[in-house]
Design a protein around this ligand. Structure first.
Ligand SMILES: Cc1cc2nc3c(=O)[nH]c(=O)nc-3n(C[C@H](O)[C@H](O)[C@H](O)COP(=O)(O)O)c2cc1C
Length: 259
């Protein structure tokens, strides 16, 4: 059993990259990828337990809150890291209510929500390489704080705008999911099927078919080797984004151990 456990959700790899950076500093860490079917839920043995996830529409991605409710945490030092393009939303606060967080921080990065805006949109405004360097430095800083047992002296933020956004997101997400299409460039490689954290894609007659459980993470679209997957007009031409240190195969794992 590992000394540290980090529960991570990541659509385009930023959060997995952050989790790996933190794990490399802590040593002896299991990174559990929170896919649809919970795998590891018992972290009661761990000395440190962390949660690393992106902000989606001001809140938490799809099933993350339900997953976190199933996790057993003992007497661990707990920490949370949210990655966002501009604002952290209320996700950390939601997790804090389930497992009170002793330390939390926010790391902004390129926007994965490319049906809404180009990936280069973020606060502070930065080009991709500079954003990546900044995220790595902030993740290393967070790891140092976690190793030193730093405690954040207030709860994570909460506000009415983000709460409203989060409440509206499931309806909008369904609408966006209905706009998923595949074009002639599809190679039928099946990567999207293996990548989808919801198990929501299957191949029918060698073509991806999307089910009704899409949570809008865009893993399928961002990592498609032929850029054959789209979610409405802007994604026909908009440049894709995924974290430069993360491959599709990394996100297919259930558990990554880092010594
Ligand atoms: C569906 C969706 C909704 C998003 N909503 C927000 C948001 O409300 N605020 C924000 O600052 N970033 C938002 N983002 C951007 C992501 O939080 C950000 O790009 C994050 O680094 C992605 O992490 P990942 O690569 O681990 O998935 C959103 C991204 C997606 C895909």
């Amino acid at each position: 059993m590992s000394e540290n456990v980090i529960f991570c959700f990541s659509g385009s790899g930023n959060c997995l990259d952050i989790a790996r950076t933190i794990a490399a500093k802590l040593g002896d860490t299991d990174i559990v990828l929170m896919r649809r079917e919970p795998t590891v839920t018992d972290a009661s043995h761990a000395r440190r337990v962390g949660f690393v996830f992106p902000c989606y529409a001001g809140g938490l991605p799809g099933h993350v809150e339900d997953y976190v409710k199933k996790i057993r945490v003992g007497d661990a030092y707990t920490f949370g890291v949210v990655s966002c393009a501009a604002y952290p939303g209320v996700g950390l606060r939601r997790i804090d209510r389930i497992h009170p967080l002793r330390y939390w921080t926010v790391i902004s990065h390129q926007s994965a929500c490319i049906w809404l805006m180009p990936h280069t949109t973020m606060l502070p405004p930065l080009k991709a390489e500079a954003a990546q360097r900044r995220a790595e430095l902030l993740a290393e800083q967070a790891a140092q704080d976690i190793l030193a047992g730093v405690e954040t002296d207030c709860h994570p933020p909460e506000n009415s705008f983000n709460k409203l956004e989060t409440a509206l997101w499931p309806t909008l997400c369904k609408k966006k999911a209905a706009a998923l299409t595949v074009d002639y460039k599809c190679l039928s490689c099946g990567q999207c099927v293996r990548l989808c954290p919801q198990g929501n894609i299957r191949l029918v007659d060698k073509q991806p078919v999307f089910g009704k459980n899409c949570i809008g993470c865009l893993s399928c679209l961002q990592f498609c080797p032929r850029q054959a997957i789209h979610m409405g007009g802007p994604t026909q031409t908009r440049e894709r984004w995924h974290n430069p240190n993360v491959e599709a195969a990394d996100l297919m794992q259930k558990l990554i151990h880092i010594d």
